[in-house]
Design a protein around this ligand. Sequence first.
Ligand code: FAD
Ligand code: DHB
Length: 391
Amino acid sequence: MRVQVAIVGAGPAGLLLGQLLARAGIETVILEQRSPEYVLSRIRAGLLEQGTVDTLEEAGVAQRLHKEGLVHHGVELCFAGERHRIDYQGLVGKSVTIYGQTEVTHDLMDARKAIGAPSVYEAESVSVHDFDGNSPRVRYRTDGGAHEVTCDFIAGCDGFHGVTRQSVPAGALKTYERVYPFGWLGVLSDTPPVSEELIYTNHERGFALCTMRSMTRSRYYVQCPLTEKVEDWPDERFWDELRSRLDAKASAELISGPSIEKSIAPLRSFVAEPLRFGHLFLAGDAAHIVPPTGAKGLNLAVSDVRYLAHGLIAYYRSGDSSRLDRYSERCLRRIWLAERFSWWMTSLMHRFPDTDAFGRRMQAAELTYLFRSPTAQKSLAENYVGLPLED
Ligand code: FAD
Ligand code: DHB
């Protein structure tokens, strides 16, 4: 098989890239190691920045998002039992949209099916070759045997544990990493959300987040030690723990019910530099990870893909490779700002096992300052709604 761009990974980054390129008449194939059902069963992000919504519109996949997504004009931060609202709309004139990553993925899968572009699910032993030379190739296996795709470019959209970043010679890559000493235990339930807006809580028992997927489906998270297993958390224990971390009103109003999904995610900051090696480009979680506190993981994947798609489209339309040449640098500017915000929100809102009394007082003082300072609140709002994208 020969295509212009071979995409490894059918998460939101790979599917969105495929869709933006297909609309510009560029041929792609997507190779994904899991089944479509497995990809859709992973419950992850839920908060979309305006720039993400704009990019999904550009890809022609925003109809259901506009119908079913919930537009939020602010957020609440809770500390010492009191909630403080940060008014996005009043401070920066923008909002965010709550719409699950699963739904974004679903819409992109449907769009790819409708245009008849090829995807290979359950592709085994995917490997990338000669991306530094002139005949980039991707090999994989299926039940039917071994296959090879030749292409002009390879897009590594295969997430943190994928094969593309790991195929880059070690000396060509610099990585930066911080692993946090806790995880998030998440529960999805068909119960109405406890409040109309998201609530991020700093409590002495640990962080908690109340978010949602719709007015009848809630998503809640509690900080937990990395040693915990999902089996240690029957529903009852989860709801009791969550209730104990919320303010009195939320705690009294919380409606619990059977969980329909429960999982633990570790927290990590990670950046690989650069994002381009000859004909191979990395995008999304393949290149970087943020702790989820800033809600930036999915949004960064989308902004990488937007820059990459525009670079490839300019190249195929007019032979102009300047955007591709600037891809790594432009993405990394945005990535490091998102890393900063996600690290800062994580430091502000969690209980760190090895922090002493001084550290805890500093965290309290930082929150007190934030609640008094319109400038600090504006900075927080600016980051949650998303820093502006370059053209
Ligand atoms: P992924 O969604 O990881 O997609 C990569 C795809 O590549 C996968 O389908 C994978 O199966 C496939 N793949 C991997 N290896 C290979 C291979 N060798 N060959 C072929 N295919 C391969 N972000 C938030 O903003 N808020 C959250 O609450 C949040 N929660 C998260 C919870 C978890 C457990 C994880 C892992 C991430 C979470 N994120 C969250 C981050 C967000 O979901 C990611 O940033 C987003 O999924 C990135 O999209 P992606 O397409 O780059 O990568
Ligand atoms: C969601 C997850 C986040 O990490 C976040 O910061 C906001 C919302 C969510 O799952 O809805």
